[in-house]
Design a protein around this ligand. Structure first.
Ligand code: 5GP
Ligand code: SF4
Ligand code: MG
Length: 460
């Protein structure tokens, strides 16, 4: 998912719309904006793309100078209109709206215990747990900030939150900092966004990343930084660099396009291939393909083009839709590949659908050899943190050798980037464990506890 927040701007709703538009690649199943003024919270949300949800009059009702928003990509919580965020909770003791990016690994435990205490959940979303925890702890003399801190400290897993309350905009990042979240400034207003590309679009200046374990409270008095937990080992999601984020975004000061390009260069150092052209799979692997070409000296060519009116194939819910999606989405440029030995660079292999189809497509278009190089290590373990790499059985590389995967996708050779090579190429500080990255889907070593009852996206 992608989340966005803004405090203290007369065009809060409009700017959130632009922000969500820039984050659209992070989720296409639903979108929502909640604004706040002295009359309370106002919400517009629905299933579909940002452009479809916020039509004509939407903005007339979204009054107020602060807002939060989300674009939705379903993993664990299930689809359906009631799960579109921000979730709004109206109460006589203070209303609240919440948007979340990530996945809680102890949501089931917390939900069961809250239900035993009388909570009734309106959605199947793990996000709702936070609202109940905040309300639960509302007894006694705790300030709202303390209640939120207490609630956040009970959550385990990956979470970047924006919470809009009567008292301000609250922004939180999980203790491992698994999902990106940046703070920026637009004139006198504060903005937060999953990715910095949203800041560029609205003309805001990026200030810094929200720190692991940090709770930021923004209101008319200004910004206060607090923390609800000690920072754990930093573990930024590697797949954000590899695939998820937009090339023009920066995470912790590292530009995504440049990081991918260095991954491509690193690949060209790790494998030598005799070939005539290098081509990338648009859009997410173009950067790595350019890097591979530069380092190997094999010319980069536009061997595949993308129909821009088809969404991200991976995010299509079923496998048959995904397969048709690949065909509608990509076409070979015959003049580039016919009679050529082609290096095809992709960012990652998940189920193998894309690679298999493209190898065949390139061969049908006359390529004499197709060498597949991948800008990440093999994905072998499920993600519990909000990326739809769900079960081992769906991952083509789980329990298979590289040669077996190569044969399944029909390539002449297959090379994955080494994990060390990827870390080095991305270039985060190397004094931290795994350079402060999560590598769990590549290694099976998870940065948080994984609860026995953690529900995999797939199982719901
Ligand atoms: P596959 O076709 O192997 O199942 O998926 C790999 C392709 O899907 C790559 O081209 C990659 O760009 C894209 N992709 C889309 N969504 C995701 C995702 O959530 N994770 C990963 N690793 N790749 C994804
Ligand atoms: Fe990202 Fe993989 Fe870690 Fe999930 S397991 S957070 S996809 S690096
Ligand atoms: Mg792709």
């Amino acid at each position: 998912c992608g989340i966005f927040g803004i405090w203290g701007h007369e065009d809060a709703a409009q700017l959130s719309y632009y922000g969500l538009h820039a984050l659209q690649h992070r989720g296409q199943e639903g979108a929502g904006i909640v604004t706040k003024d002295d009359k309370g919270l106002h919400v517009v949300k629905g299933e579909g793309l940002v452009n479809d949800v916020f039509t004509g009059d939407a903005f007339n009702s979204l009054t107020g100078n602060c807002a939060i928003g989300q674009v939705r990509y379903t993993t664990a919580e299930g689809r359906g209109a009631e799960n579109v965020q921000p979730l709004v909770f109206r109460s006589t003791t203070g209303s609240m709206a919440i948007a979340h990016n990530g996945n809680l690994v102890n949501a089931k435990d917390l939900k069961e215990s809250l239900e035993r205490q009388g909570s009734i959940f309106q959605t199947t979303s793990d996000t709702e747990v936070l609202a109940h925890l905040i309300k639960r702890s509302s007894s006694g003399s705790l300030t709202q900030r303390d209640r939120v801190k207490k609630a956040l400290s009970m959550l385990k897993g990956a979470f970047a939150f924006v919470v809009l309350t009567e008292e301000g905009l609250m922004v939180a990042q999980d203790p491992n900092g698994l999902r990106p979240l940046s703070l920026g400034k637009l004139g006198d207003s504060w903005v937060v966004s999953s990715e910095t590309c949203a800041f560029d679009l609205i003309g805001a200046e990026p200030i810094r990343s929200v720190a692991p374990g940090e709770l930021i409270i923004i209101n008319d008095k200004g910004l206060v930084s607090d923390r609800f937990a000690e920072a754990a080992n930093p573990a930024m999601c590697s797949m954000e660099y590899v695939y998820f984020s937009r090339p023009d975004s920066d995470i912790d000061g590292i530009n995504i396009h440049m990081a991918r390009k260095r991954c491509g260069k690193q690949l060209a150092r790790e494998v030598k291939i005799e070939a005539d052209v290098v081509t990338g799979v648009p859009d997410s692997s173009i950067s790595a393909a350019i890097g591979f070409s530069e380092e190997s000296g094999i010319p980069y060519e536009l061997g595949l083009i993308k129909n821009r009116y088809v969404g991200r194939t991976f995010i299509q819910p079923t496998q048959s839709m995904r397969e048709r999606g690949v065909k509608m989405k990509l076409s070979p440029v015959h003049q580039v590949v016919a009679g050529k030995r082609v290096v095809m660079v992709d960012d990652s292999i998940v189920r193998g659908t894309t690679s298999k189809r493209i190898v065949k497509m390139l061969k049908d278009a006359g390529a004499t050899e197709v060498h597949v190089v991948i800008g990440a290590p093999p994905l072998v373990s499920p993600c519990f943190y909000g990326v739809d790499i769900s079960t081992d059985s769906e991952l083509i590389a789980t329990g298979r050798t590289v040669d077996e995967v190569r044969d399944l996708i029909g390539a002449d050779s297959l090379t994955f980037l080494s994990a060390e090579g990827m870390l080095k190429a991305i270039g985060r500080p190397d004094e931290m464990k795994n350079c402060g990255q999560c590598l769990a889907c590549f290694t099976g070593e998870y940065p948080t506890d994984i609860y026995a009852d953690t529900v995999l996206p797939h199982e719901k």
